[in-house]
Design a protein around this ligand. Sequence first.
Ligand code: GRF
Length: 223
Amino acid sequence: MLDWESVMGKLKVGILISGRGSNMAALVEAAQDPAFPAEVCCVLSNRPDAKGLEFARERGIPAAVIDHKAYASKAEFEEAVTATLLDHGVDFVCLAGFMRIVSPAFIERWHNRLINIHPSLLPSYKGLHTHERALADGVKLTGCTVHFVRAEMDVGPIVAQAAVPVLTGDTPDSLAARLLTAEHRLYPLALRLIAEGKAKVNGEIVDISPDAVDETVRLFSAI
Ligand code: GRF
């Protein structure tokens, strides 16, 4: 349970990436607004060549590589990740295109302090190749989900979702590009609601405070 009383001032966030880092960049840009209730304390990548590292460094955010290949086990890798997050004063973690499956121990260590963004309207299309599968099924709406992380992949209390239409002639790439603009709006919104205490885990459901419902609803059909 996140003890909000112990979080002084802004929520201190660490972001884990593996590649492009466009969602990380959206979070960093949102957090540059002095009124944003969270600050990005560090960006960590398991891949040395992650493009997002450069962006973070340009913005003056500590950005480190913790290469999973350098560790004998997942446990040791994750211990190094947690140690680095703690060194930077992090009390909340955002996964943003982090391409390692995190272990139950890591999830437990960051229980209700660990969120992810997934490119589908969960619980539909868990896992990879979400756009290909949505196109094959002929769905007319797809979207993205920010959720708290649980041991089962792409399962966990849903914080916020945004929907986008699937258009005739869409390819996985065109759909991904449309969805990405929605992701970049959704992730900062979800983090802000959590940091403001307006999105709270209650059992395995996230309760949104009544005064925040309006702004979450506005994200539906984002295009
Ligand atoms: C996004 O589509 C996100 O939903 C998924 O991985 C992708 C990461 O993209 N988890 P980026 O690295 O944030 O640009």
